[in-house]
Design a protein around this ligand. Sequence first.
Ligand code: NAD
Length: 460
Amino acid sequence: MKRIFDLQRGLSRDGSTVPLELRQQRLRKLKTMIQTNEAAFIAAISQDFGNRSADETRVLEMGMVLNAIRHTSSHLRRWMRPERRPVSMVSQPARAWVRREPLGVVGIIAPWNYPLFLSLGPLVDVLAAGNRAMIKPSELSPRFSDLLAQVVADTFAEDEVRVFTGGVEVAQDFSALPFDHLIFTGSTAVGRKVMQAAAANLTPVTLELGGKSPAILCDDYDVEKAAKSVAFGKFLNAGQTCIAPDYALVPRAKVDTFARAVIDSAMKSYPTLAGNDDYSSIISDRHHARLVAAVDEARAAGATVLTAGDATMTNDRKIAPTVVIGAPETGVLMREEIFGPILPVLPYDSIDQALALIKGRARPLALYAYSTQQAKLDRILDSAISGGVTLNGTLIHAAQDGMAFGGVGPSGMGGYHGRDGFLRFSHSRSVFKVGFVNGFEKMGPPWGRLARTAAKLLMR
Ligand code: NAD
């Protein structure tokens, strides 16, 4: 790891910028790498989970990265162009512009839940910005991680991109390397450790973390329609999605109808659980046990638990889509990010009350609101902060190459995707070129009339 880092860092310090054609070529190689290994990636990810739908892996992982490559390749020339900037009056005559330059070597630490999208998605932006990259995928998706390491080694030179597999010790050593930038996707708790390790090197970080993303149903919106949408966002990948709606806030009188409709919708999407390739398993026994215990805890505290399907647990580590009404505030379900197919539904009596509940918690990664009235949606947007938002739907804001994706506060810092990602992994270098006369230096010393005129202008 250290050898590759030194090699990449050394080459990135040779002073030459990385031309457009080389960046495009790296993106093309990445695209071919994903396309030619489609079946192998799908199989590895599915085996890591126990079961993961091939369609989900195609649409939500490979498709997303390939889309990002298309978008970035077609705009990169324009993004790389130096940007002319205004020159202040007292500094004339002159020209000023900003160059977008590579940072050097960027580290990428990825989680297991969308292992391909969250390791190669950042890589698109990192390569587009002209950097070299080192990737540390998750030890909880070992088959995928090994495959990634192998195909990256077959595709890229070691001074371009390399993958390092292993457990927490490897991750710790990795995050201690003096990268020029480090992007970490994972839990808030580990994000804290990564930022601490990076701070020792003054390595800037982008943290893509988690949190409890709420969905609010306003009283004017069709309950069934909202329930179907929340069910879609929640049960995809069995809830193991960072921006899955974590819990739902529903007008008190509609809680039962909403909860029932979520379950009905889940049963239509996943008529069976065992042997159903469309429904993901939970990644590990530990996570499975954590989710089962969280539901048991709520049930013991008097909550109503509804499940879609015959069995809550099956022997392939699946958990049936579950809705919990009356989950206690102090229980795991309402304290921690759920990251599984369990949806607490909370009643509210006024929108102010619902907003107060969201505002009283850590700022979430995503927020979902359902209303036909823009004024209501605006009110929610103005009151409750989150990393990103989808209105009248779920998840899809994260799939837009035209907007940054990221968190705020404990759900993360720094967005990427598309141009925002390109800028995130570029150094914006300001250049000032003095014109035919240098008025600044002409002022003095000795300070004279010119300096006094300039001072007058500046101190108006
Ligand atoms: P995690 O934090 O346990 O692990 C993520 C990565 O960090 C892994 O590669 C792991 O090896 C590494 N790691 C572990 N300990 C480390 C240490 N001490 N120092 C450095 N690296 C270390 O997260 P996870 O369980 O893989 O993923 C689930 C979490 O990720 C959830 O909280 C979810 O919300 C979040 N997430 C966020 C996004 C996003 O884009 N914001 C996307 C997906 C997942």
